[in-house]
Design a protein around this ligand. Structure first.
Ligand SMILES: [Zn+2]
Length: 273
């Protein structure tokens, strides 16, 4: 599942490939945009907003896309073979004289007036990788519903934008709290926003997501994807369970010993990762 760091890198690659260049071809393969042609327009910039991508083009238009579960934008040279998936999964093609951007499996693709971008992304909380990151506002939103389970609150993009299921699970571990702990009972809750920012920043330039002090492939995550395997800290088998709405990836991983549901348990020292 693409998270804020993946979207941030995708935006940067798209920006490098398209910004300042005129589109020589546009092919938007969703019914509503079937007759829309952006060719001739210059791409101004591509910016990430949480897990959303905003491709701004000349004439006050923005192509809004979202990768959701397994969408991707790939960039190709003119003669290069497109390898991002079968043709029927292609939703968008944006080409300049020397680069072609192909959007695969995009569940959201719409054209907006740039001045109306707020309709698409205005609901988002402060963006962990955005220029407007505001830790105090993110914390205020997180704590607005103190009974909400920590994992759900972290994943809700209206609270803070950029956390997907991997970072959600890892953050709960680093906070030494069960994903089901009501967030209002989290000791020192400001650590949630501080750690989230630290994890996203540390991973925005890396392809392999690392939340531990180790870059070894089998040790890059504390709990995510490690169901039934021993916790690196205490050796207890990592548990899995479902959390959150059915429309999202719901499997949550946690260590029942390191992440107690009892908020009175003293917190562990700061992680080094
Ligand atoms: Zn443990």
């Amino acid at each position: 599942m693409p998270e804020g760091d993946t979207v941030w890198r995708t935006a940067r690659r798209l920006h490098e490939a398209l910004a300042g260049r005129q589109l020589t071809r546009s092919d938007l393969r969703v019914p509503k945009l079937a007759t829309t042609d952006l060719s001739g327009r210059t791409v101004l910039e591509v910016v990430p907003r949480g897990k959303h991508l905003l491709t701004r083009v000349e004439g006050g238009l923005t192509l809004h896309s979202h990768l959701r579960m397994d969408g991707a934008w790939k960039i190709y040279a003119p003669a290069e073979r497109w390898r991002g998936g079968p043709g029927h999964q292609i939703r968008a093609v944006l080409a300049t004289a020397d680069r072609t951007a192909v959007g695969y499996r995009l569940p959201v693709l719409e054209l907006l007036r740039t001045t109306d971008e707020g309709d698409a992304v205005g609901h988002l909380g402060p963006d962990l990788l955005g220029p407007d990151w505001d830790a105090d506002e993110a914390l205020r939103r997180l704590l607005a519903d103190p009974a909400r389970p920590l994992g759900e609150a972290l994943l809700d993009q209206r609270n803070l934008a950029g956390i997907g299921n991997v970072f959600k699970c890892e953050l709960c571990f680093l906070l030494r709290a069960s994903p089901w702990l009501p967030i209002g009972r989290l000791p020192a809750p400001e650590r949630a926003t501080t750690l989230a920012k630290k994890l996203l920043e540390a991973n925005k330039d890396r392809l392999a997501r690392v939340t531990t002090p180790s870059a070894r492939p089998d040790r890059r995550q504390w709990v995510y994807g490690r169901g039934g395997r021993p916790c690196f800290r205490c050796g207890t088998a990592i548990r899995t369970g479902e959390q959150g709405p059915a429309t999202q990836e719901r499997v949550t991983y946690w260590c029942p010993v390191c992440q107690p549901e009892d908020a009175d348990t003293p917190s562990f020292p700061e992680p080094t990762g």
